[in-house]
Design a protein. Structure first.
Ligand code: ZN
Length: 370
């Protein structure tokens, strides 16, 4: 990728490499776990040159979401661009494809990186490259393979590793960027969530920005709303769990496409399965009237028996005589239907083990049913 001055507009273009390159500036970042301290990072910049030798250890350390290998790589690139000589067509080598892509994206379309937590660094790198381009100096970013014996890359890697090791020892660094470019979403409204931070006095809750609108947002919402963690001790969950092994897929789901079942019934079944059958409890929680024209529900009591109303109450435990008659009749009908379907289900079961478990669960003997 090269950035060159072209009239009033500046474009990033893919170019073929010149046959004779000047000695590139090699950059690398390192991030490692140090027991008792946590994750630390360091950056290295290296150029072997008779007159412009470079061997720099940089402290890139970012807190929280900024403590990434990507930040370490970008900090190394920023220092490298700052050391490019005026009037010389410079090349900077990195083994981080991700950093190269981000810089490319930022140069081509700055709006595409507004949600990136490393945006301040990308802006600084872009600014340096643009300034060089305006002065007529070309800057080439090179992607090199790591750990294949390229001397400059190995040296940059070594410097980055040393910088990471010394990060916690308060040693002298050639550059300390640990307090720079640390405010990612300063010009925007951004999502925050509560996180626990370990301090000397113990864990403390604090607010922190989420890193991106993709995985980080998904995870924050997941934790906040307990998504994917159903209440597993409820009777309803346990009953469903118990019947799962006996489910014959094409027949268990057939009711949704059966023309003989009216849409209104299907809607009610769906409401029942998702716990949304209208009752006083839901009306109370949503601060709505239980019936049209009534005031807002003030309690969760059943209008018929004054017991605690719920979906389970309506279908199984309401003590009002009319309701009791209804669910006894419903229960008998369901039992008759299931007894008719037992031999059919039995034939659809592939393994003996499944059949044995099935009979155990319906408490019928094989002979009497078949
Ligand atoms: Zn009731």
């Amino acid at each position: 990728m090269a950035v060159s001055a072209g009239g009033s507009t500046y474009t990033a273009k893919v170019c073929s490499l010149p046959t004779k390159l000047v000695v590139p500036v090699y950059t690398d970042g390192s991030r490692k776990e140090i027991p008792g301290i946590g994750l630390v990072s360091g950056s290295g910049v290296y150029r072997e040159h008779k007159h412009a030798h470079l061997s720099l250890k940089v402290h890139p350390y970012g807190q929280g979401m900024l403590n990434t290998i990507n930040r370490a790589e970008l900090v190394a690139l920023l220092i490298a661009v700052r050391h490019c000589r005026p009037g010389v067509k410079e090349s900077i080598a990195t083994d981080s494809k991700c950093s190269m892509q981000k810089i490319g994206m930022h140069l081509r379309s700055p709006s595409s990186t507004v949600d990136d937590c490393h945006r301040p660094l990308l802006e600084a790198i872009g600014h340096e490259i643009m300034q060089r381009a305006q002065a007529g100096d070309e800057t080439i970013l090179l992607k090199v393979k790591s750990h294949i014996g390229i001397h400059g890359n190995e040296m940059a890697d070594k410097l980055a590793n040393e910088a990471a090791d010394e990060c916690c020892m308060n040693r002298h660094f050639d550059y300390d960027l640990s307090n720079d470019y640390t405010q990612p979403f300063r010009d925007k409204f951004w999502f925050q969530h509560t996180i626990q931070v370990q301090t000397a006095e113990g864990p403390v809750e604090t607010k922190a920005c989420i890193r991106d609108l993709d995985d980080s947002l998904r995870k924050a919402l997941h934790d906040k709303h307990k998504l994917g963690q159903p209440k597993q001790d409820s009777l309803y969950f346990q009953l469903w769990d118990k019947v799962q092994p006996f489910r014959v897929k094409p027949h268990s789901d057939a009711l949704w496409t059966m023309p003989s079942i009216p849409e209104s019934h299907k809607r009610n079944i769906f409401k029942y399965r998702t716990g949304q059958i209208w009752n006083k409890n839901i009306a109370f929680k949503r601060r709505m009237p239980y019936m049209p024209g009534q005031p807002i529900a003030r309690d969760t009591r059943c209008p018929l028996c004054r017991g605690d109303d719920s979906q389970g109450h309506i279908f199984g435990s309401c003590m009002h005589p009319d309701m009791s008659k209804q669910y006894i009749a419903r229960h008998d009908k369901a039992m008759r239907m299931s007894l008719v379907s037992v031999p059919y289900m039995y034939r659809n079961m592939r393994s003996d083990r499944l059949q044995r478990r099935f009979f155990k669960s319906v408490s019928c003997s094989k002979k009497s049913v078949l």
